[in-house]
Design a protein around this ligand. Structure first.
Ligand code: BT5
Length: 261
């Protein structure tokens, strides 16, 4: 059963058995023709990518490894917010289809029982007509029974947590449906203004102690939620010569770790 009811997203699908990275394939297509809404799906990735040169484990048939192309009219500097929009769509779709209680870990993870079940990678490239082309990559662990040694502690799959089979087709359709709706809302202001509240409600670390690692700097504070630009606001206490001051720090990028996770 196909429940896809999008206008443009996933109306054109490129399905491949094996690729290096669906983001790379989508980028090549986007560059040449800028196919707005083109979806690339693979059964297996040999060189799945994470952020900052990290790799993404994508074994055959056990996950959703997909990327789509947006021929975007938005300002390039606003594109990192699309990662947040995508997290909203993925989190909402997984909850709806599986009933599992996933949560968002800012900026690009979906977490289930303390472990990562989805990662998102947003990239940008200039298309032949120079219009900005955005690639959104989504990796979701669906049916893995186990993970390689180095991921055991931090990764999980929908099967491992729910013990029920999940239809990838159904989940993909729901993600695309939800993304299109969120994207439409986002484009009204090109900010998280209208989605901020909904996003914060799904944050795993809202009002909790978090540790931020940013360019070799580390600090701790209480996560207050995101601002309109998609940055994470963290309330930090600092004691200097016996005087404690509290201020709100705006975290733009960086690695965020949540205590106790
Ligand atoms: C991400 O990076 O989480 C972005 C992952 C995006 C993957 C999709 S799959 C389709 C599309 N095509 C691509 O080539 N990529 C996208 P980051 O936050 O940097 O997290 C990467 C880290 O997550 C790794 O260094 C590992 O520690 C961990 N990891 C790797 N594979 C994983 C998996 N399958 N499940 C959970 N964690 C994983």
């Amino acid at each position: 059963k196909n429940k896809l009811n999008t206008q443009y997203l996933g109306r054109e699908i490129l399905y491949l058995e094996e690729v290096d990275s669906t983001n790379n394939v989508a980028k090549d297509y986007g560059k040449q023709k800028g196919n707005h809404g083109l979806l690339v799906i693979a059964e297996k990735q040999n060189a799945g990518k994470g952020r900052l040169g990290r790799s993404w484990n994508s074994p055959k048939g056990s996950g959703i490894w997909m990327s789509f192309v947006l021929k975007a009219d938005i300002e390039p500097q606003n594109s990192p917010m699309l990662t947040l929009i995508t997290a909203l769509a993925v989190n909402g779709a997984i909850r709806k289809i599986t009933g599992l209680e996933t949560a968002i870990k800012w900026p690009n993870d979906v977490i289930l029982n303390g472990k990562k079940t989805c990662g998102i990678l947003t990239e940008m490239t200039a298309a032949a007509d120079r219009q900005e082309c955005i690639i959104i990559g989504i990796g979701i662990n669906v049916s893995q029974e186990e993970f390689p040694e180095e991921l055991k502690e931090k990764a999980t799959s929908l099967w491992l947590e729910g013990k029920r089979p999940v239809s990838r087709e159904e989940l993909i359709s729901e993600i695309l449906n939800q993304f299109e709706l969120y994207y439409k809302k986002f484009c009204l202001t090109e900010s998280m203004e209208v989605l901020k509240e909904e996003y914060d409600a799904q944050l795993i670390h809202l009002r909790k102690q978090v540790r931020i690692v940013e360019n070799n700097m580390e600090y701790e504070g209480i996560a207050l939620g995101i601002d309109e630009g998609g940055a994470l606001l963290v309330q930090v206490e600092q004691t200097n010569q016996g005087i404690t001051t509290t201020f709100v720090k705006t975290v733009l990028s960086g690695e965020i770790s949540v205590r106790g996770l």
